[in-house]
Each structure stands twice: as structure tokens, then as C-alpha cells.
Design a protein around this ligand. Structure first.
Ligand SMILES: [Zn+2]
Length: 171
């Protein structure tokens, strides 16, 4: 998770009879990274900047909009490769859709190399003029088919290994 999820309803359930619904706005959450308290008027921890999303909070919704969309925007996986970073930067998004997609991209970069992956990004962003999630998905599909093509070619090239010549003792 790239963010903390806070929920007024969950707090109310936890506090049970002790929850004061007339003082709902004063309840705070706690940052999972540094332990700092996060109020409902903050969209990240004031201390360490870890993003936080409040559910069922009127204050938060008024300030930052729909928490579900905000959470979706924040969910995903950070890139671990140079071209993954480049792809997200050019597409204008912060994360890969999920761990699986990030791993696929890393696998493709490891197999196909930096230049091929850079070509994929240039094609999607510059030639096809795609941005955002659409660009990331398009690039992922393209890289995946290139990976499959490469693997198929490698298989075709596989030849039966030459018979091993017995090593002769020199002395
Ligand atoms: Zn923090």
C-alpha cells in the first residue's frame, strides 16, 4: 500500500458507545509509517508525507473529493526499473496498476533491454499520443508481445548441442 486508509465508520465501530457523533470531525488517524496523527483535513501525513485517504469523512470529501477515486489513484506499484520509471513519467502517472504489471515490465526490460523498452515507450507516447493509464496499458501489451516473440525466436534457434568431444589427457 502506498497510502494509509482511514475510515470514520471503522473508528465509530471500534469505539462503539464511546464514539461521539457530534464531534466526528475531530477524530484523527495514525500514519502507519511514522506514527504521526493525521487529521481529516489532511491528505498526507504532515511529518513524513505518506498519503492518507479518509473514508466517510465530510471534511475530507469536501477538500479532496471522492475517497474511492483518490484511493484508486494512489494504489498501484512503484517502478523498479529505469524504463519503468521513464514510462510512468512520460505517461504522467505515478504507479503501475498492480504488482503483476510492474513485474511484467521488469521481466521485459531484463529480457529485451533498455533500448527496446525505450522504443516501446516512444511509440506509445510519441507516435500513438497516448497518456495516462491508457499509455501504460498499451506499453505493457506491446512489451509483452515483444517478449513472447523474442522467446519464440529463441526456441527456434535452439539447436541440439554438439556432441561433446572427450577431453584427452595431455600428460
Ligand atoms: Zn507519517
Amino acid at each position: 500500500m502506498n497510502y494509509d486508509r482511514f475510515d470514520i465508520k471503522a473508528i465509530a465501530e471500534e469505539l462503539d458507545g464511546h464514539f461521539n457523533k457530534y464531534d466526528m470531525d475531530s477524530y484523527t488517524g495514525q500514519c502507519s509509517q511514522c506514527g504521526n496523527f493525521v487529521s481529516q483535513s489532511e491528505d498526507c501525513c504532515a511529518e513524513c508525507k505518506r498519503p492518507g485517504v479518509w473514508f466517510n469523512s465530510k471534511i475530507w470529501r469536501d477538500l479532496y473529493g471522492n475517497p474511492t477515486s483518490a484511493a484508486r489513484e494512489l494504489s498501484g506499484e512503484l517502478p523498479t526499473t529505469a524504463t519503468g520509471l521513464l514510462l510512468l513519467k512520460r505517461a504522467g502517472v505515478r504507479f503501475f496498476p498492480s504488482v503483476a504489471e510492474e513485474r511484467q515490465w521488469a521481466r521485459d526490460e531484463n529480457t529485451l533491454g533498455y533500448v527496446t523498452m525505450e522504443d516501446v515507450i516512444k511509440y506509445v507516447v510519441d507516435t500513438k499520443k497516448r497518456r495516462g493509464r491508457a499509455a501504460v496499458n498499451h506499453a505493457l501489451n506491446l512489451a509483452n508481445s515483444k517478449y513472447k516473440q523474442y522467446k519464440a525466436e529463441q526456441k527456434d534457434l535452439e539447436v541440439t548441442p554438439a556432441e561433446e568431444t572427450p577431453t584427452t589427457e595431455m600428460w
